[in-house]
Write a new protein. Sequence first.
Length: 225
Amino acid sequence: MRETNGTGRTSQAPSPAPACAHPPDATGTTGTADATDMPGGTDVTGATGPDDLCGLDGLARELLDRVAQDSALTATAHRLPGPHARRRLVRCRAANAAALREIVEEHGWPSAALVGAEASTAALMILLHADDLPLQLTGRDLITDAVERGQCSPIHAAYATDHCAVELGRPQPYGTRYTPLGRPFPVADPDGVDARRVSIGLRTMAAERQALADIQLRHLNRASA
């Protein structure tokens, strides 16, 4: 059975798969994120002609719409936990991963140069939420190449690199991925992590921990309001 996403793209409806257990939010900590939360980067003008613009605009809208749906379903699953809400979120993320795979096969990585910084961040969010390590590894390598060409934010490469490292059971170079208890997964070369983070525009680990504490406090305040 095939489904459409409202932008004309069709994809095979995938079987439910476990959702990403600990998606990072704006600070790289555990929690829910949307495309506007994630670090962006400078939008770079790509080598596209007038005939390409309409299609690329549609591609950008598709990525943003898919992440908006993920965010809405995630919020619902947190507010009304239960198997039905979780199944809807799992199906959404599986469909988003399938669509991203098609996009990558057709266009390469949706970098800021190709679809704009906001939509490129949405593509990263879809990648991190996918229950598909081969896709994530491919995306990591494509993002790294795009960064080297000046077409994508180096922060995106840090998130993708750390995510794949944790999934492979390896230390993460940048310390962007946290456990459900709010602690970073093991970090490679802890003495040098702050220098690596600052060099690409991330905060130090201490500042990151404070940001996490602030986020948790805001969530508690909302829950008790």
